[in-house]
Design a protein around this ligand. Sequence first.
Ligand code: EPZ
Length: 433
Amino acid sequence: MDKIRIKGGIALNGVIPIGGSKNAGLPLMAASLLCSEPLILCNLPHLADITSMANLLGQHGVEMSLAEDLGQVANGGHCLKLDGSRITSTEAPYDLVRKMRASVLVLGPLLARCGEARVSLPGGCAIGARPVDLHIKGLEQMGAEIEIEQGYINAKAPRRLRGAEIVLPFPSVGATENLMMAATLAEGHTVLVNVAREPEIVDLADCLIAMGAEIAGAGTDRIIIQGKDRLHGATHRVIADRIETGTYMIAAGITGGDVVLTGTSLKLLTAVGKVMNQAGIEVTDVENGIRVRGSSGNGRPVIDGVDVMTEPFPGFPTDLQAQMMALMSVADGAAMITETIFENRFMHVPELCRMGANINVHGASAMVRGVKRLTGAPVMATDLRASVSLVLAGLAAEGETIVNRVYHLDRGYERLEAKLAACGAEIERIRAS
Ligand code: EPZ
């Protein structure tokens, strides 16, 4: 298995281009199941999770090809054409779903278009139990008949899904996406209440509208969808990845560097920008991006009173909690980080402590007392964001850090080493022989 070697202590300086959003791209790809004309997605990142979704859609019968030259729409980037004209299978098998939980996003589209779907239950994962009960209950309210059998969700809607008012007890991102996609082809209108407001939801709604769907309210806690008999093809550009953006903002901050992130926007990360500014790291809007200037010299970030609590958007994202903890580990002062979205998302704590961090976990909260320096060590983590937090810690640490299990990073960060090395980091991938 590949490893990443980092020699820490170098302030990052330069420009980092931000790619398209993984978590917007996955539901957008699933939306190709909703119509019999091609959907062209531009600015899709080249990541293992995107490949997993492509493999899943391929076995449903979606034909895919790369399109490069789409002029202005593509901005010269790579585009993927997804042609769902012939759905050959409505089953999402365990072997594909277990590799990536977002596979469950094919459930709503398949059921709405084909009247049936058989999707393996994803099961728990490293960060928590992560059930999909809200997806299932919402589809049942739209008239679907659903049974759980032998680890599979067997869903049927022989007489077409029908619009309904569905109140989510928690604003689940995935449930909002699945239900919104299903409602575009349901009979009548659907009102989704207490839904997720994440930018990825707005991006999906924009794409569905371009495909002919009638959707109002995306980005608020109430979405109204008027169902259509069919949708048509469209071309859509995926939004910038706000979690990749936030990760590199923290990389600049933790090393006391000066980095410009291009192709992204601070509007996607207001809560994160606020926390970093409070800690004395200068985060500003620039044309087509964000500039981050860490406290230079021996001026470490100051975190006294800068407590962080993860919350659904527009609150502080759970997907940046581990990275922010790495930053706080080397800051001046002490602060509390509370995780409210997932029940088991502190696996990075023992590894950060092995590098010299002073962190104590009490239930859903972690007390971080900043230390003057971390020291490099061999480390590993069991999920994507925890893994990248160790890379960030390694960039700030004295000496050499080896991050194992790099395949987690490949799920969500495209050309991570190259982007950091271009800003002066001493970082390299050691390929497994
Ligand atoms: C999305 O996951 C993201 N994944 C996650 O990113 C992100 O951490 C999460 O939203 C929260 O922002 C994708 O977009 C592909 P949820 P999702 O449904 O949709 C509970 C990353 O690192 N819940 O909003 O699965 C659930 O257990 C990943 O890129 C139920 O109880 O998140 C969790 O505690 C990790 N029942 C909470 O809600 C349900 O039916 C939030 O889950 C659904 C969710």
